[in-house]
Design a protein around this ligand. Structure first.
Ligand code: URP
Ligand code: ZN
Ligand code: ZN
Ligand code: ZN
Length: 467
């Protein structure tokens, strides 16, 4: 017996259209749309009717960059797959693509198996995996082909963090050549980690130990230099490239130039770079540690270039890079030495709202909001049109969004398993009302109605901008 839901009277917003339409859901998928008030819409019958009058009906968010329970900086990211996906659902995100990690000296398979074990049966929403490649060797390269075939179609490499995740240029080139052959997408953490480590050592020797020095040593020029190098290595390999967590205007300029040359180069930024700055890193009493992430927050002047890139499509995606560490006990590991502060910030719950605020503020249009937060990440990572849109046949991952509700972001009310909010006290207009994941209500009029284990592993096709 099939279960039917109809969402009536809302403004359906996708990356391409805005229409006042009723949405019919049968079981786990969108069955039909029809203009509100027409006979076709009135013929929709269902056991469950959701009134979306005065609201937006948008695709569930696709967050292409999260790190649930990731081991990093001598500790673990504080959200588990259970708590992190629940918080994501609260914030209107219905799919995450998290990063499985290859340990140095281990296979990709071992890393992927370990991440499947962490996630399986624990998620409130659907999830896929990218693979962090920390050890490029002949076996790893062969395994990349197998992973692409089974739906892990993107691989993150690091030009930063020597001795941890770092790959040198030769290792990067080899992985890119492999990706060029197997259809994989290389995702790059573009910062010159070798140079940064020298500057870290010199800063600490001068007694510069506060969190704000994290921002000073991880220079914008060293992000731009690495971005440039990654672009040219990808060009030599004939591979596409996706640069993660872009924060520096000089790095955006490198992406713009490469795209103007016609290269398949893509860029992602994150809400923290759009809304926060080095002013936060400089907060007194070690509070700046809350904002330590890499690439680092930049001086406020960089934000204009990021917004511009999002408008001109030189940046295509906004993900969170959600990697939360509690202030108490975790960020505090770096008191007296900023280089020991675990890198990462919480945000998986806040992305859809902050980007809606960007619509309210006039930075982007409503459709661009859905494009950068839902449709493009789904296409980039091979999930479209199952995810990222509202259309017949798509998974019924749908958010009823109240564009007029006012809220104040706070750790007191958020659902992420972390003891602070990076946006504490920020007023935003707009709020998630109801969230469906494959037709099941996970948030119902601001009440959590989801369950651990509802979310399933979702294998991905290759990047849909290339096929
Ligand atoms: O500081 C960050 N971004 N932590 C997460 C790991 C990464 O580099 O994305
Ligand atoms: Zn092993
Ligand atoms: Zn990174
Ligand atoms: Zn990350």
């Amino acid at each position: 017996m099939s279960s039917r839901t109809v969402i009536r009277g809302g403004l359906v917003v996708t990356a391409s259209d805005e229409i006042h339409a009723d949405v019919l859901i049968e079981d786990t998928r969108i069955a039909a749309l029809a203009a509100t008030g027409t006979p076709a819409a009135e013929a929709f019958t269902a056991e469950r009717v959701i009134d979306a009058t005065g609201k937006y009906v948008v695709p569930g968010g696709v967050d292409g960059h999260t790190h649930m329970e990731m081991p990093f900086g001598g500790t673990y990211a504080a959200d588990t797959f259970e708590t992190g996906t629940r918080a994501a659902a609260w914030g209107g995100t219905t799919t995450i693509v998290d990063f499985a990690v290859q340990g140095v000296g281990h296979s990709l398979r071992e890393g992927l198996d370990a991440w499947h074990a962490k996630a399986e049966g624990n998620c409130a929403i659907d999830y896929g995996f990218h693979m962090i490649v920390s050890d490029v060797n002949q076996e790893t390269l062969k395994e990349m082909d197998l992973l692409v075939e089974e739906g892990v179609t993107s691989f993150k490499q690091f030009m930063a963090y020597p001795g941890v995740f770092y790959s040198d240029d030769g290792q990067i080139l080899r992985a890119m050549q492999r990706a060029a052959g197997n259809g994989g997408l290389i995702m790059m953490h573009a910062e010159n980690g070798i140079a940064i480590d020298v500057l870290v050592e010199q800063a600490l020797a001068r007694g510069e130990t506060d969190p704000r020095y994290h921002g000073e040593v991880r220079k914008a020029l060293l992000e731009a230099e690495a971005t440039h190098r990654a672009i040219r290595l990808a060009q030599v390999a004939g591979a596409p490239l996706y640069v993660v967590h872009v924060s520096a205007q000089e790095a955006v300029a490198e992406l713009t130039r490469a795209r103007d040359e016609g290269l398949n180069v893509f860029g992602e930024t994150c809400p923290q770079y759009l809304f926060l700055s080095t002013d936060n890193l400089a907060e007194p009493d070690f509070e700046g540690a809350k904002y330590v992430c890499s690439t680092p927050l930049r001086p406020r002047e960089h934000q204009a270039a990021l917004w511009r890139g999002l408008r001109t499509n030189d940046l295509q995606v906004v993900s969170t890079d959600h990697c939360p560490f509690c202030f108490s006990g975790q960020k505090e590991l770096g008191r007296g030495d900023f280089s020991k502060i675990p890198n990462g910030m919480p945000g998986v719950e806040n992305r859809m709202d902050l980007l809606h605020q960007a619509v309210v503020d006039g930075h982007i249009s409503r459709r661009r909001w859905i494009e950068i937060a839902c449709a493009t990440p789904a296409r980039m990572f091979g999930l479209y049109p199952k995810k990222g849109t509202i259309a017949p046949g798509a998974d019924a991952d749908v958010v009823v969004y109240d564009p007029h509700a006012e809220q104040v972001i706070s750790a007191e009310t958020h659902h992420m398993n972390v003891d602070y909010s990076a946006y504490e006290g920020k007023r935003v207009t707009g709020r998630v009302e109801t969230v469906l994941s494959r037709g099941e209500p996970v948030v119902t009029e601001r009440e959590y109605t989801g369950r651990k284990g509802h979310g399933v592993y979702t294998p991905r096709s290759t990047c849909q901008y290339l096929t």
